[in-house]
Write a protein that binds this ligand. Structure first.
Ligand SMILES: [Fe+2]
Length: 238
């Protein structure tokens, strides 16, 4: 198994690359895999090192590449539209938007996911006293009730999707649990606090058809410290 550092070095695409040609300087901006705060095997026994390695180096990398390619293609299509403002070009743009939504969602959702996870030795699974804990108790009665609701939403995903615990800025900052399909993400007034991947690639190598066991186990490595930080940072829309 590759170490996390090796994999990151191997896969890393610079977020911003400055190219100098003759007298011109171009700034090329691309997204890249985020650095992880832990090693692939650090979430065991709840999520295996093999799953994390494949998930990060293969699946997440695919979304990174797909998003960068789609955005670049969009730039080309916008230029083409300026020359050929036709329904055919407009249809190409609409088609490409689906790719941007899918790969862009995959890129951002997985960035959230990795940051949402922490090894038990680093406090994974621990919800400390604070504003987020108070809000959870006030709305759901207990952390266990919120976990149960989230697991029900995750189990309800038919095919591939995600569940997000969010802070709804348009609803007084209340918590909510949102389920999406494919790589659809949460945007706008919904601030993601915790994102849980319900795609088969997130659990199958370890849990096979017992995805409910994966949904139970992942709570042992949820990074509540990160969730609390996001909860407290985001201000309510008045
Ligand atoms: Fe995934």
């Amino acid at each position: 198994m590759l170490s996390r550092q090796s994999a990151q070095l191997f896969n890393k695409t610079p977020a911003i690359r400055v190219l100098s040609t003759c007298n011109k300087t171009f700034v090329r901006t691309k997204v890249s895999l985020p650095e992880l705060d832990w090693d692939f095997g650090d979430l065991e026994p709840h999520i295996s090192g093999q799953i994390n390695e494949v998930h990060y180096t293969k699946h997440h990398q695919t979304y990174v590449n797909g998003f960068n390619d789609s955005v670049a293609k969009m730039g080309e299509l916008k230029e083409l539209l300026a020359k050929e403002p036709t329904p055919a070009v407009a249809r190409e743009i609409i088609t490409l938007q689906q790719n941007i939504k899918f790969h862009g969602g995959g890129y951002t959702n997985h960035c959230l996911f990795w940051k949402n996870l922490a090894p038990e030795k680093n406090g994974g699974g621990q919800l400390n006293d604070g504003k987020l804990k108070d809000a959870i108790i006030k709305q759901y009665g207990s952390l266990e009730s919120l976990q149960k609701l989230t697991n029900e939403k995750l189990a309800g995903v038919q095919g591939s999707g995600w569940a997000f615990i969010v802070k709804n800025l348009a609803n007084g900052g209340k918590l909510d649990v949102v389920q999406t399909y494919n790589q659809d993400t949460v945007t706008g007034s919904l601030i993601p606090l915790v994102a849980i991947d319900a795609w088969e690639h997130a659990y199958y190598l370890q849990y096979q058809n017992k995805k409910v066991d994966y949904f139970k186990a992942i709570w042992n490595v949820i990074n509540w410290k990160e969730a609390a930080k996001r909860f407290e940072q985001e201000k309510i829309i008045s």
